[in-house]
Design a binder for this molecule. Structure first.
Ligand SMILES: Nc1ncnc2c1ncn2[C@@H]1O[C@H](COP(=O)(O)OP(=O)(O)OP(=O)(O)O)[C@@H](O)[C@H]1O
Ligand SMILES: [Mg+2]
Length: 460
């Protein structure tokens, strides 16, 4: 498998490799240029010295000599670029002044000025040879002046020049890499925010990902992802519609079954038949409950049969109405059903049908699982940002280990001895999430009973 490097590393590699190569070539070329210019400058300076010496050649009484003042001599021997060597010979090659060991030009061309490289005292030197007439206009022949200097000074100067040329380029490359590093980070920032968006998303949220802030290059990817999300939510909707349809289709025959069973119960005289028919009646009622719960769940999950429409609601009023509906059932089980809510300040945005459904399921649990003589209290308490709706009972409570699991579909805690399908709390959670709220289960005060606390965002 090919290891995929980061985009940043790849870009930098693609940038740095050619830049370094160019830098290398430029260094070689620059060095050549530096050497050329340094040579030119140093050759000029050598020639200047030779010309200086030439101006000081005197001819008095057929005697040719160089009349160099001591100061000038000292300067020749202690220049900042290193010591200079010189030799002056007369027209017949006779020694006049300077270092006698300084060699002759390699060939005896009669050019006025000649430069050549030599070895002197075991070191490489560069020499200029200058011919000047001993006595201008007299035709008395020419003196040969040689001035030499070690080459090391030149290489050093060329090296320094090169450094000054090449160093800024290296700095430039460094900053280019830095700029690309930073630029890629900046460019990819929208991707990081997209990643966060996907990470923090609930698996239920199949809404399209935001496309606008992403760079153009990434937009096709997001479009494809949104396309997939859309197809996925269509597929899920189709599945939920199927469940809802199936439940709906079952309703009529099961309702018929119930009517027929009740009819048979009334008509039959035999005790044995009565027992069987009663069992049949209970099973039918259980089936009807299951069908209704399935429909509720499908509705809560996608608003299939009943379009999910939010509207401003007064949660206090809605809860009061629903609780009142449950009073007869609570009385039948000898349960004291209480209600406590402020008259206003509990406004939320929601679907009244679903909120009623949710509270209905909580009340159903509280009334059914609490032993006769117990208490159930519904409370609405507005807070700064949320409205808390809680249902408290004095029933058997839910063991801590089960408090997460009871929200799963078809999960039922054992040993309650009460019939149910295990969908009630799953429906509650679905509706709460759909409204952007949270639901939690706690033990009641004094360690008895259960409190289900639902918090829903308060309407502005
Ligand atoms: N108020 C409560 N007191 C004690 N146990 C509870 C209470 N509410 C729920 N439970 C436990 O949680 C389990 C899941 O509850 P849920 O409402 O999801 O399903 P159910 O009541 O069994 O079936 P149904 O779909 O008919 O409501 C129940 O089986 C019960 O054991
Ligand atoms: Mg229930």
């Amino acid at each position: 498998m090919r290891k995929s490097g980061t985009l940043r590393r790849q870009l930098i590699l693609w940038l740095v490799t050619p830049l370094l190569l160019l830098w290398l070539i430029s260094t070689v070329v620059d060095y050549d240029i530096a050497k050329r210019f340094v040579n030119l400058a140093y050759d000029r300076a050598l020639l200047e010295v030779a010309l200086d010496i030439g101006r000081n050649i005197k001819n008095v009484n057929q005697q040719t000599y160089v009349d160099l003042p001591d100061v000038a001599l000292q300067m020749l021997q202690s220049r900042e670029s290193g010591r200079l060597y010189y030799l002056v010979t007369g027209p017949d090659g006779e020694y006049i002044s300077g270092e006698p060991q300084l060699a002759d030009p390699p060939d005896d061309s009669s050019d006025r000025i000649r430069y050549y490289d030599e070895e002197f005292q075991g070191r490489e030197i560069r020499v200029v040879a200058l011919r000047v007439p001993v006595q201008p206009g007299s035709g008395k022949g020419v003196a040969l002046i040689r001035v030499g200097e070690r080459v090391t000074v030149r290489t050093e100067s060329a090296g320094q020049l090169l450094l000054r040329l090449v160093l800024p380029q290296a700095v430039l490359i460094f900053f280019a890499v830095l700029a690309v590093w930073y630029g890629v980070g900046r460019g990819l920032a929208p991707l990081a925010s997209l990643k966060r968006e996907i990470e923090h998303r609930s698996h239920r949220d199949l809404s399209p990902l935001p496309q606008e802030q992403a760079p153009q290059e990434v937009q096709p990817l997001i479009r494809a992802m949104n396309d997939l999300l859309e197809r996925l939510s269509l597929a899920i909707a189709a599945q939920q519609r199927f469940i809802a349809d199936a439940a709906h289709q079952l309703r009529t025959p099961v309702a018929g079954l119930k009517t027929q069973t009740e009819l048979a119960l009334r008509q039959s005289q035999s005790d044995a038949a009565q027992v069987t028919l009663r069992q049949l009646q209970v099973a039918t009622e259980h089936t009807i409950r299951l069908i209704n719960q399935l429909l509720s769940l499908a509705r809560a999950e996608h608003g299939v049969t009943h379009g999910y429409a939010t509207q401003p609601l007064d949660l206090s009023a809605l809860a009061r109405e629903t609780t009142t509906d449950w009073v007869p059932r609570a009385l039948a089980r000898d349960i004291d059903l209480g209600f406590d809510a402020p008259s206003d300040g509990a406004r939320i945005e929601g679907d009244p049908f679903l909120i009623k459904e949710m509270l209905g399921n909580l009340l159903d649990n509280a009334v059914r699982y609490t032993q006769p003589g117990g208490q159930v209290t519904v409370r609405v308490a507005p807070q700064a940002r949320d409205v808390i709706l809680s249902v408290e009972d004095s029933g058997p409570g839910i063991p801590e280990a089960e408090r997460e699991r009871v929200f799963e579909r078809f999960y039922r805690a054992l040993g309650t001895g009460v019939e149910g399908c295990g969908l009630g709390l799953a429906i509650v959670r679905e509706i709460v999430l759909r409204h952007g709220g949270r639901v939690s289960l706690e033990g009641g005060g004094d360690g008895i009973g259960t409190v289900v606390r639902v918090s829903l965002p308060r309407a502005a």
